[in-house]
Design a protein around this ligand. Structure first.
Ligand code: ADP
Ligand code: ZN
Length: 223
């Protein structure tokens, strides 16, 4: 069986971390519009150049661009999709609804990762990731064991995002409250909303998410 879910929550709520776990545990395909846009900007295309400036300020990229990125990926199937950082506006949510209908896919749940704003600021301003394997670290709560070296893959390519600073974060939060948080009511009304406590330990958050999903034994594992 396939599962399609949305991870919804403000910047720093831990969507990316949980998405990576679901990819490992369930073989789902992660569709992170943030990652796609960062890939586009580093590829130096015309579109990449246009989005780079917008992203660094912490504003939202246009609906047309992100909907286009998602549309391209939806044919890739597998055990299902985790939408991470998409949709972020009501227009994007409607577009996703149409895309899923067209391809005969069903949205199983929208996981709302609840966190308070103070926690977000602390989480984001200390965040860095491995450019090679994507592991996420934090200055205070989860530094690398050896300074400057990724615990998982040994790479020294550790990066901080240009928009993980206090100014851009303020804009990102404002964008979230103005444009994205209405999706909570939207998906509640559709009977899809499943709130989880995003401030719990990483494994507990994962367990809460598992509790919302159909049991994984229904996916053939050979056991
Ligand atoms: P976070 O959730 O930590 O803020 P993301 O990696 O999801 O970060 O997104 C980073 C930036 O990419 C956003 O601030 C925005 O500029 C752009 N972006 C990502 N997804 C979308 C989207 N669905 N619609 C518009 N802009 C987006
Ligand atoms: Zn690594």
């Amino acid at each position: 069986m396939t599962i399609n879910i949305i991870l919804l929550g403000p910047p720093g709520a831990g969507k990316g971390t949980q998405a990576r776990k679901l990819v490992d545990d369930r073989g789902l395909v992660q569709l992170s519009t943030g990652d796609m846009l960062r890939a586009a900007r580093s590829s130096g295309t015309e579109m990449g150049k246009r989005v780079a400036e917008v992203m660094d300020r912490g504003q939202l990229v246009t609906d047309e661009i992100v909907i286009g990125l998602i549309r391209e990926k939806l044919s890739e199937g597998g055990n299902g999709f985790i939408f991470d950082g998409f949709p972020r506006t009501l227009a994007q949510a409607d577009a996703l609804g149409h895309l899923l209908d067209e391809t005969g896919m069903v949205l199983d749940a929208v996981i709302e990762m609840q966190v308070d704003d103070q926690a977000l600021v602390r989480r984001i301003t200390g965040r860095y990731t491995c450019g090679n394997c994507g592991e996420v670290y934090h200055d205070d709560t989860k530094p690398t064991r050896r300074a400057g070296v990724c615990d998982v893959c040994g790479s020294t390519d550790l990066r901080r995002r240009a928009d993980d600073n206090e100014d851009s974060l303020k804009t990102r939060l404002l964008e979230y409250y103005k444009k994205t948080s209405p999706l909570i009511g939207y998906y509640y009304a559709k009977g899809k909303l499943a709130p989880v406590d995003g401030l719990a330990e990483m494994d507990q958050v994962a367990a809460q998410i598992e509790g919302v999903l159909p049991v994984s034994s229904e996916i053939a594992t050979g056991t």
